[in-house]
Design a protein around this ligand. Structure first.
Ligand code: AMP
Ligand code: MG
Length: 334
C-alpha cells in the first residue's frame, strides 16, 4: 500500500487541505495525524472493520479500549448515555485539551471501541489539524497513539512514518506535538472523579474543581483502565531511572550509555551520548519519547535517565511514562 504523506502547517492551513484525509477516514482507512498530546492513528469510530484494523496495525491487545475523539459536545453526546454534570464542568474547563473523560456509553458506541465495557472514553483535542480532521470526517475518530504497541509513542511524524509507512493510507505531518505525553484519563462514570492515567491535566488541577478526585485503577483485580497493565514505551536500549548523581552510575555499566538529563548538566557527560531533556519537567515530558527513540538511533545499549525534578503539571505523567519505560528499574545513588 502506498502511504500518502501530507505536510500541513497547523498555524496556516485551509479546511480543504484535510479533505483527502477525511475521505480516507470515511472510506474505512487509517490516518496518522497530529494532536497536542502525541500523534494518533485514526479510524472512523462507527466502522467496525476500520476499528479492528487499528488493533491489527498496532498489534494492540483487543481488551484495551480506544478513545473516541470529537470536535464538539453534540458529537460526544452520540457516544454517551448522558453527560454527567461533573463531566460537563470538566469539559468546560479542559476541552479542547489533553483530558479524556470516561462515561457510561450509549448504544451507538461499538463494542470493538470500548472492548466490551459499558463505558466509553471521549476526548476533544485542541490541535487545529485534529479538530479540522474530525469536523471534515463528520464522525468520531478513534485514535490510539500511532506506534506499534509497546514502543514509545510518536511525537513527530517521522516516528509514525517509521512504524507505519506502507501499512496505512495517509500520514499528516504537522511537526512536533506540544505535550509529548498521552492525555490524562479520568473516570467520571462513578461519583468520585478517578484519574486512571496521569497526563498534562494534573490531579491537582482537577482537585481545584473536585477536591475529592483521586488516582485509581492501580488496585488488585481487573484494572479499570485496561491499557495500564501492558508493557509500554520501551525502546530497544535498557532504561534505568537514576535518583542522584548519574555520573556515579557509570561505574556500574561498561556498555554504550546514553544519558537523559536537564540541559544544565550537559558538561558532566563528555564522551557519553547526551540527550537533552530541556530545563524543566514540561520540556522533559515533551521530549521523553523522542529521546528514547533517539537513544536507539544512536546505538545506545543502556539509557540512564534523570528522575524528574518535579514542580510541573506534567511531572506525575512524565514519571509514570518514564518508570514504565524502565519497567520499574530505578537506581538510588546516595
Ligand atoms: P491510548 O489510546 O493508547 O492512549 O490508550 C487509551 C487509554 O484509555 C488506555 O489506557 C485505555 O485502557 C483507556 N481507556 C479507554 N477506554 C476506557 C474505558 N472505557 N474504561 C477505562 N479505560 C479506558
Ligand atoms: Mg498508546
Amino acid at each position: 500500500m502506498e502511504t500518502k504523506i501530507f505536510t500541513i502547517d497547523p498555524l496556516n492551513f485551509k479546511p480543504e487541505d484535510l479533505e483527502y484525509a477525511a475521505s480516507v477516514i470515511n472510506a474505512g482507512g487509517l490516518v496518522g495525524f497530529p494532536t497536542e498530546t502525541v500523534y494518533g492513528l485514526g479510524a472512523d469510530a462507527d466502522n467496525e472493520l476500520a476499528v479492528k484494523s487499528i488493533y491489527k496495525a498496532k498489534g494492540r491487545p483487543s481488551d484495551n479500549p480506544l478513545i473516541v475523539h470529537v470536535d464538539d459536545i453534540a458529537l460526544c453526546e452520540k457516544y454517551v448515555q448522558k453527560i454527567p454534570r461533573k463531566a460537563e464542568i470538566l469539559m468546560g474547563r479542559f476541552w479542547g485539551g489533553p483530558l479524556t473523560i470516561i462515561m457510561k456509553k450509549s448504544k451507538h458506541a461499538k463494542d470493538c471501541v470500548t472492548a466490551g465495557l459499558d463505558t466509553v472514553a471521549v476526548r476533544m483535542p485542541s490541535h487545529p489539524v485534529a479538530h479540522e480532521l474530525i469536523k471534515a470526517s463528520k464522525t468520531g475518530i478513534v485514535a490510539p497513539s500511532a506506534n506499534i504497541s509497546g514502543r514509545p509513542s510518536p511525537t513527530v511524524a517521522e516516528h509514525v512514518i517509521k512504524d507505519f509507512n506502507g501499512k496505512i493510507d495517509c500520514i499528516i505531518n504537522s511537526g512536533a506535538t506540544r505535550y509529548g505525553l498521552e492525555s490524562t484519563v479520568i473516570d467520571m462514570s462513578m461519583d468520585v472523579p478517578t484519574v486512571l492515567r496521569p497526563g498534562a491535566v494534573s490531579l491537582e488541577m482537577i482537585r481545584e474543581m473536585f477536591p475529592d478526585a483521586v488516582y485509581g485503577g492501580g488496585g488488585t483485580g481487573t484494572p479499570k483502565s485496561p491499557g495500564m497493565k501492558y508493557k509500554h514505551y520501551a525502546p530497544k536500549a535498557k532504561v534505568t531511572v537514576i535518583k542522584g548523581e548519574i555520573t556515579k552510575a557509570f561505574e556500574k555499566s561498561a556498555e554504550n550509555v546514553a544519558v537523559i538529563d536537564y540541559d544544565y548538566n550537559k558538561d558532566l557527560y563528555k564522551g557519553k551520548i547526551f540527550l537533552p531533556a530541556g530545563c524543566d519537567d514540561s520540556d522533559y515530558g515533551a521530549r521523553l519519547f523522542y529521546l528514547l527513540r533517539k537513544a536507539d538511533e544512536e546505538g545506545a545499549q543502556v539509557i540512564f535517565a534523570a528522575d524528574p525534578k518535579g514542580g510541573s503539571n506534567v511531572t506525575d505523567a512524565l514519571r509514570n511514562r518514564l518508570y514504565k519505560s524502565a519497567a520499574g528499574e530505578i537506581l538510588v545513588i546516595e
